[in-house]
Structures are given as C-alpha cells and as structure tokens.
Design a protein around this ligand. Structure first.
Ligand SMILES: C[S@@+](CC[C@H](N)C(=O)[O-])C[C@H]1O[C@@H](n2cnc3c(N)ncnc32)[C@H](O)[C@@H]1O
Length: 190
C-alpha cells in the first residue's frame, strides 16, 4: 500500500465514523516501534486490536513475527478487506473488539501477546471490561497487552483494572507522533 492510498483509506474511514477512528492520521513509525517493542519474533500467536491500515502489523512483520501467527481484529469493512490483501497468511476477524470471546473466536486461544490500537478513550468502562476479560481469558501465562493513548493517563479506569485483576504500567512516551502518545502495558497481577 502506498503512502497516499493509506491516507485515503484512513480519511475515508474517519469521515464515515470519527468516534471509531479517534485519530487524525495513522500512527507514525516511532509509535509503531514503541508499541511493538516488547514483542519478540518468537512471541507465538499475537493478537492486534484495531489494526486500521496495518501500521503496527507491518512493523511486527519487519521485526520477524510470523504472519501466520497473527490474529487481526478490525471492525471496518474496507480496512479488514485491505488487511486480508496485505497479510494473506494472518487471521483477520472483522468484528467489534468488545464482542470477542474465546468460545466464538477460537483463533484467540493461546495468544502470547496483544497490542491494541483501539480508540479506548471513546469506549465505555463496560466495553473495556468485556474486552480485557476476553483478551486475558485467551492469553498465555505471562502475556501482556500493550496499548497507546494520546493522554498521559492509562485510558482504562483503576476500577476496571481491579475487576479484571490487571495492572497497568507506562512503558513509553512517543513525542514524535501526531499527536504525541504514551504506551502502557497491561498484565495480570501476580
Ligand atoms: C486510532 S485507529 C488506529 C489504527 C492503527 N492501529 C494505527 O495506529 O494507525 C483505530 C482503529 O480501530 C478500529 N476500531 C474502532 N473501534 C473498534 C472496535 N470496537 N472493534 C474493532 N475495531 C475497532 C477503527 O476502525 C480503526 O481502524
């Protein structure tokens, strides 16, 4: 996909559903590097939520993650279709992330790591709870989920983290992104 095609696809999705996109442009290379930094090439199955045009996905492939071990979740039809074309070996699920469950989506089973590109600040606490329950229900021991936010605080409320038995840690700040972003890592509490 060329730079121009990527921008066109993003703007089209933004105009049709601004709240679901929640950003003015696809994430830049510095944020893609930061959010994928903790994913080793041998991470096993990796779940990506809210893939958009595939910036984080391409970065994972560049780092050596096996495309056949990727589970990509994107609700937008045009973006999902483009992800299928770009990453034919990956499992692309065109579903709403908060509807995910291990029972209805066996592709999730045994994921070793997850990254999240969803506009979490535009989602309710109930949606966060449902999403995190499904992700960590499927996550292998010791796995974590990295997310980004344009704020300085974790977009998941402390009450939701408590209810899910998770802790959040800020692991990065990316000033050279439009807009600047923080990266948080969520993991099960010991
Ligand atoms: C801020 S964009 C991020 C895209 C890409 N990860 C990036 O950083 O450039 C958010 C993406 O999440 C998708 N999205 C929003 N809500 C979603 C949901 N509930 N389930 C699945 N995908 C969702 C949007 O369609 C959009 O592609």
């Amino acid at each position: 996909m060329t730079w121009l095609q990527e921008r066109k696809q993003f703007v089209k999705a933004l105009l049709s559903n601004p709240a679901a996109i929640g950003a003015v442009a696809p994430s830049g290379p510095a944020l893609a590097a930061a959010i994928t930094a903790s994913i080793p090439p041998n991470a096993g199955k990796v779940l990506e939520l809210g893939c958009g045009t595939g910036v984080f996905t391409r970065e994972m492939l560049r780092k050596g993650v096996d495309p056949a071990r990727l589970v990509l979740v994107e609700q937008d039809e045009a973006m999902s279709s483009s992800l299928r074309t770009q990453f034919p070996q990956a499992a692309v699920l065109q579903v709403s992330a908060q509807e995910l469950s291990r029972d209805s989506h066996p592709e999730l089973d045994g994921i070793g790591a997850a990254i999240c590109g969803l506009p979490l600040r535009n989602m309710s606490g109930a949606h966060h709870h449902r999403l995190l329950t499904a992700v960590f229900d499927a996550m292998a021991e010791g796995g974590s989920m990295e997310l980004f936010t344009y704020g300085v605080r974790c977009p998941i409320a402390p009450g939701v983290l408590d209810a899910c038995g998770l802790s959040a840690r800020r692991v990065g700040f990316v000033p050279f992104n439009l807009p600047p972003a923080s990266v948080f890592s969520l993991a099960r509490r010991p």
